[in-house]
Design a protein around this ligand. Structure first.
Ligand SMILES: Nc1ncnc2c1ncn2[C@@H]1O[C@H](COP(=O)(O)OP(=O)(O)OP(=O)(O)O)[C@@H](O)[C@H]1O
Ligand SMILES: [Mg+2]
Length: 311
């Protein structure tokens, strides 16, 4: 797979505080990478450096093979950056605003209207084309800013908390839009505080704390790596006592808790051993009604990282 975004030892210092510390990151073409971290973690600083708007104190950035320092103009043509404050100009109409940026990106006048139409359609803002920007709601302004970010059809997108402040319905729409951008083959780095929001469309995530990348990788790989045990849910209609005895004696059962006829088992075995456990339970005459593995999500990864400080 082709690497689209590569940073090496990226560092930014403000005075004597380190906002981003030696960030080394590699994102493949077509991936959507979620940069997740609390307030002040360094997300905006990292994204502004990637977008060539802030000079790194140290380190290198390569985007689609171009060096951000030596080939800044090439990089800028290929990227779209959506800042967290989305810098909107209020005294323009929606189409004028987009036309302005299309001009700034030197899109030929014959294509500008078409491009603007395409992007307003993509963000579902067609009905507001003739409205003044200042009359738009916050969510609409956010979508307009995303439209602007897409106007020159960039291959790489840097989106700084694009979903903050959106209502629940708008968040759902936003997720759909992100999925569409992924389908279009864009390479995306998107920042957020909220892990669960990202699991729908991100293919990989990095967790940043105090400027340091604590963990990063493909979501499925992270799950595999961090998964020390599987959580099995069991529902039985009879034979709880026998079941408990069996679980107590099983070498791969780490622990189990019961709530009447429902049990949660922390199991360290592999898939085959899981099947073997079920076989043993049935053979022991336990009336099993339900036996399933609880799938872990991003939230669980985060909790595990918090607990183990994986590096
Ligand atoms: N221009 C600046 N001058 C001085 N310090 C700065 C500047 N910009 C950022 N910082 C500091 O760098 C650190 C990282 O800030 P940054 O804005 O990158 O965090 P963030 O992860 O985007 O946070 P948030 O979730 O609040 O947006 C913070 O300690 C912040 O105070
Ligand atoms: Mg920020």
């Amino acid at each position: 797979m082709k690497t689209a975004i590569q940073t090496e030892g990226l560092r930014r210092v403000f005075g004597n505080s380190i906002a981003v510390a030696d960030l080394t990151l590699s994102v493949n073409a077509g991936e959507c990478f979620g940069l997740i971290g609390p307030n002040g973690a360094g997300k905006t600083t990292a994204l502004r450096m990637l977008a060539t708007l802030l000079e790194p104190s140290n380190g290198r950035i390569q985007i689609l093979g171009y060096d951000a320092e030596d080939e800044t103009a090439d990089v800028r043509r290929k990227i779209g950056f959506m800042p967290d404050d989305f810098g909107i100009y209020n005294d323009l109409k929606v189409w004028e605003y987009l036309d302005y940026f299309a001009m700034a990106y030197r899109i030929p006048s014959s294509q500008r209207r078409k491009r603007a139409k395409d992007v307003v359609e993509l963000v579902d803002l067609n009905v507001k084309e003739d409205a003044f920007v200042e009359t738009l709601s916050r969510g609409m302004k956010q979508r307009l800013c995303l439209a602007k970010t897409l106007i020159h059809d960039p291959e790489v997108l840097f989106l700084d908390e694009p979903a903050s402040g959106l209502d629940p319905m708008a968040r759902i729409e936003f997720r759909e839009l992100m999925k569409e951008l992924v389908k279009l083959g864009k390479t995306i780095i998107i920042s957020s505080h909220i892990l669960t929001e990202m699991s729908d469309f991100c293919t990989s995530v990095g967790i940043i704390e105090k400027g340091k990348l604590v963990v990063a990788g493909r979501i499925d790989e992270l799950l595999r790596r961090l998964k020390g045990s599987t959580r099995l849910h069991l529902e039985v209609i009879s034979g709880v006592v026998e079941l408990r005895e069996l679980l107590d004696a099983h070498p791969k059962v780490h622990s189990h808790t019961a709530n009447d006829l429902e049990l949660i088992v922390e199991f360290t075995g592999n898939d085959e051993e899981t099947a073997g456990l079920l076989r043993a339970i049935v053979t022991a005459g336990v009336g099993v009604k339900g036996f399933y593995e609880k799938r872990e999500n991003l939230e669980d990864i985060f909790l595990k990282i918090g607990a183990h400080k994986v590096s």
